[in-house]
Ligand binder design. Sequence first.
Ligand code: BV8
Length: 235
Amino acid sequence: MAGMADIRNIVILTGAGVSAESGIDTFRSEGGLWEQHRVEDVATPEGFARDPDLVLRFYDMRREAIQTKQPNAAHDALAKLDEAWNGELLIVTQNVDDLHERAGAERVLHMHGTHLNAWCTACDVRSPWTGTLIERPPCPACDSRALRPDVVWFGEMPYQMEEIYGALRQADLFVSIGTSGAVYPAAGLVRDARELGLQTLELNLEPSQGSRWFASSRHGPATQIVPEWVEEILS
Ligand code: BV8
C-alpha cells in the first residue's frame, strides 16, 4: 500500500466477520443471527417493549455462547499491533463480544455496546454481567428488577461517536475488518475517513456493501489476511 511509511495514527473498525472463525455467528450470512430472528423483534427498543422475554432470551443465549469461544488469529494479530504500535491506534468494534480484549487488545471501543454488561433502566448504572437476565435479577446498584442488555439497538445512539470522530480526525489510515457495511453510522465511517484524507483499506471475506469507498481491498478469511496485514505494517 502506498505511503505506508507515513502512517502514524490508525483507526480500525471491526464487525462480526472478525469473530466468525471463533465460531460466533455473524448477522447476515445464511443461517446468521438475523435470519433466525427478525431484527425488528430482537434488536430494537420497540421489540424489547413488545416481548422482553424474547429479547432477553436472545441475548442470554448469545452471552452464554460468546463465553465458550476463544479469540482467533485475527484478534491475536490486532492485539499484537495494539501492543507494538507506538502511534495512536483505536479498535472501534461493532461486536458485543470481548474477544479483542481477551486476545490482549487494550485500545478497544465498543460502539454498539458489550454483552458483558447489564444496564439498569431504573438507575442507569452498567454492571459487569456474565449470567442471564431472563429471570429479572436485581440491579447490583439499586436492586430494581430493570436490567437490559448493554447493547445499542436499532434507533438507539451508538456509544462514544465523538471519540470515534476525534480519532478519525487525527488518523492517517482507516481499516475496516469483517463487516458488511450494512448498518450506519458505522458503515459511513469510511466516507468520513475519505473526506478527511485518510488512506482506507478493507479486509473482508468478500466485497462489502461499502467496498467502492475503499482505496484498497483485500479479500479472504480474517485469520489469514489480518495477520498478513499486521506483519506488513509492523515491518
Ligand atoms: C442510529 C448490536 C440514530 C446489537 C447492532 C435507512 C438508511 C440508513 C440508515 C438507517 C435507515 N433506517 C434506519 C437507519 C439507522 C440504522 C441502520 O443503519 N439501519 C440499517 C439496517 C439500514 N442504524 C441505527 O439504528 C443505529 N443508530 O442510527 O441512531 C440516532 C441518531 C441520533 C440520536 C439517536 C439515534 C444503531 C445501529 C446499531 C444496531 N446494533 N448490533 C447486537 O449485536 O445484537 S447492528 C449489528 O449489525 C452489528 O453491530 C453491526 O453494526 C451490524 C452489521 O453487522 P456486521 O458486524 O457487519 O456483521 P454482518 O453479518 O452484517 O457481516 C459480516 C461480514 O463479515 C460480512 O461482510 C462477511 O463477508 C464478513 N465475514 C464473514 N466471515 C468472515 C468475514 N470476513 C473475514 N473473515 C471471515 N471468516
